[in-house]
Design a protein around this ligand. Structure first.
Ligand SMILES: NC(=O)c1ccc[n+]([C@@H]2O[C@H](COP(=O)([O-])OP(=O)(O)OC[C@H]3O[C@@H](n4cnc5c(N)ncnc54)[C@H](O)[C@@H]3O)[C@@H](O)[C@H]2O)c1
Length: 251
């Protein structure tokens, strides 16, 4: 699963899951454009990767802005020599009770999570198609894209939309040699995590009752972004400690 010679863009890579994805891609040999709406955070992560001997560049990218996504793709080609892999990770896990959720809240979360994924995937796909070399797009959904959950009306809708978007992109981009797959993380430890373990609501339903680490999501992305993944497209891969396969957990 080597990515030597490949160029990757990761969105929302300044922290959390995106940071782990950027690290895993870099460890596999890819040059990484580390993008985030928070440029300082992107700079810190790019410096970490460079310090570990990888090729990485930071860039500010607000995934809701098509012009910024196009500029990021152009930067990957001009400054890193190509564009082979896009990981559309940036998103918010914001929650609110359904009965109290404002239309504004719903629209904003959909615009970031689903709209931002669309914007970045389309910008990258256009460049990949024009370059004629195919390759890989990986989207980041969530368990919440498969199931409902308290407070997650907007979040679940946005993440279910990402799964459906991934399936359709897989169909439309296959003729160009671009494979498109989705990762659904379970509870992952990030800089924002304040507890040692996920809450009982999660662990009681997990075969592996612990937080996943961002690098574990990253390693699944590396497989989907590599030559080793050659006949899988439109797929949704859970990296969730078994959260989505459990039923009755007593006895
Ligand atoms: N952490 C988890 O347990 C978990 C579980 C399932 C799915 N996910 C998904 O993983 C992704 C990352 O989540 P996280 O927990 O690492 O979040 P996080 O808040 O720790 O990190 C998100 C990063 O995205 C950046 N960002 C926010 N808005 C942006 C924008 N408009 N454009 C570009 N960058 C932006 C932030 O600056 C930040 O660096 C999300 O799509 C989330 O839904 C996370």
């Amino acid at each position: 699963m080597q990515l030597n010679g490949k160029v990757a863009i990761v969105t929302g890579a300044g922290a959390g899951v995106g940071r782990g994805i950027a690290r895993a891609l870099a460890e596999a040999g890819a040059a990484v454009l580390v993008t985030d709406i928070d440029l300082e955070a992107a700079r810190r992560v790019a410096a970490e990767l460079e310090g570990a001997g990888s090729r990485a560049l930071p860039l500010r990218l607000d995934v809701r802005e098509p012009a910024e996504a196009e500029a990021a793709c152009a930067a990957a080609v001009e400054r890193l020599g190509g564009l082979d892999i896009l990981v559309a990770n940036a998103g918010s896990t914001a929650r609110a009770p359904f009965l109290e959720m404002s239309k504004r809240f719903f629209d904003d979360l959909l615009a970031l999570n689903l709209g931002g994924t669309f914007v970045c995937c389309q910008a990258a796909a256009k460049v990949m198609v024009a370059r004629g070399r195919g390759w890989r797009i990986v989207t980041i959904s969530s368990n919440s894209g498969k199931f409902g959950g308290r407070g997650r009306a907007a979040y679940s809708a946005s993440k279910a939309g990402i799964i459906a978007l991934t399936q359709t992109m897989a169909i439309e981009l296959a003729p160009y040699g671009i494979l498109v797959n989705c990762v659904c993380p379970g509870p992952i430890r990030t800089e924002k995590t304040t507890t040692e373990r996920p809450s009982e609501a999660f662990t009681s339903r997990m075969a592996l009752p612990r937080f996943g680490e961002p690098i574990e999501v990253g390693r699944a992305v590396v497989w989907l972004a590599s030559d080793a993944c050659s006949f899988t497209t439109g797929h949704t891969l859970g990296v969730d400690g078994g959260l989505t396969v459990t039923g009755i957990m007593e006895g």
